[in-house]
Design a binder for this molecule. Structure first.
Ligand SMILES: C[S@@+](CC[C@H](N)C(=O)[O-])C[C@H]1O[C@@H](n2cnc3c(N)ncnc32)[C@H](O)[C@@H]1O
Length: 229
C-alpha cells in the first residue's frame, strides 16, 4: 500500500514538473517540441522501467538505482553555478537525457550525454536527429572509458556508485585540465580526489523528488594531473 501511494505521488510530481517546464521554457520552440517528443516516447515505458529492465538483464541485485534530476531543478542548478556559451558540458550517466536536451536545445550549449543504457541513448538520439540539435552528442558508453578531455563542465548525479567506484571516477576526473568544473550531487568529489586537485567553489541545497540533497560545484586546481594507469 505504501508503494502504491509513493507511485501516485511520483506520477503527480511528474505531471506538475512537466507543466512547470512547458510554462517556464515556452518561448523556446525547439526545446519544447523535443521535450514533448521525448516525454511521449517514455509515456508507456518510463525511464524507471527502462533502467530496471537493463539492471535485471545485467543480473544486478538492486533494480531501483535510477533517479532523475527534474529539468526545472537542473535549470536552477545551472543558473546558480553558471554556464557559459563557450562551455563544453558532459553529463556523466545522462539517463533519459532530459537535462542534456535542455542544455543543448534550450541554451544552445555544446553537450555530450554519456549513458550506459542503449535504450536511453537511442531514444535521445532519435529526438536529437528529428529536431536537428547539432550541439547535442549522445554517447552510448561507460563514463569510465569515455574520453572526457574536451569537457569544461561535467554534471554527475551517480547515486548508483559505491565508494570504490566514486574513487575510480575521481581518479579519472583528476586527469582533467586545470579550470575544469564538476557539478556533483550528494557528495563532493573533493572527498574522493587527492589533496589539492579539486576545490569546492560553491554548494547549494536542492530538492529532488526523493528528498533534499547538497549539490557541489568544484574546480580542478592543480596543474599536475595524476596518472591512474
Ligand atoms: C541517477 S541516474 C541520473 C540520470 C541523469 N543524469 C539525471 O540527473 O537525471 C544515473 C544514470 O547513470 C547511468 N550510469 C551508471 N553507470 C554508468 C557508467 N559507468 N557509464 C555511463 N552511465 C552510467 C545509469 O544507467 C543512469 O541512467
Amino acid at each position: 500500500m505504501k508503494l502504491f501511494w509513493l507511485a501516485i505521488r511520483m506520477q503527480w510530481f511528474e505531471v506538475l514538473e512537466c507543466f512547470k517546464v512547458l510554462w517556464r521554457f515556452r518561448s523556446n520552440r525547439t526545446f519544447i517540441l523535443s521535450y514533448l517528443q521525448l516525454k511521449m516516447i517514455f509515456l508507456l515505458d518510463s525511464p524507471y522501467k527502462v533502467s530496471k529492465r537493463y539492471l535485471f538483464k545485467k543480473g544486478e541485485v538492486d533494480l531501483y538505482q535510477y533517479g532523475e534530476t527534474p529539468v526545472s531543478l537542473f535549470a536552477d542548478i545551472v543558473s546558480e553555478f553558471g554556464v557559459d556559451h563557450s562551455d563544453c558540458v558532459y553529463e556523466l550517466g545522462a539517463g533519459s537525457g532530459f537535462c542534456s536536451l535542455w542544455l543543448s536545445a534550450s541554451l544552445g550549449i555544446q553537450t555530450t550525454a554519456v549513458e550506459l543504457v542503449p535504450v536511453f541513448c537511442s531514444r535521445l538520439e532519435k529526438v536529437r536527429q528529428r529536431n536537428n540539435i547539432d550541439c547535442l552528442n549522445v554517447r552510448n558508453n561507460s563514463y569510465f572509458s569515455e574520453k572526457l578531455q574536451p569537457a569544461t563542465l561535467l554534471y554527475i548525479y551517480a547515486s548508483n556508485l559505491d565508494d570504490l567506484a566514486i574513487t575510480e571516477l575521481a581518479a579519472k576526473l583528476m586527469q582533467l585540465p586545470v579550470g575544469t568544473r564538476v557539478i556533483s550531487v550528494s557528495y563532493s568529489m573533493v572527498d574522493y580526489c587527492q589533496p589539492n586537485t579539486f576545490r569546492v567553489l560553491k554548494t547549494m541545497s536542492a530538492r529532488f523528488p526523493w528528498g533534499e540533497a547538497d549539490v557541489f560545484l568544484q574546480v580542478r586546481v592543480a596543474d599536475t594531473p595524476m596518472s591512474v594507469d
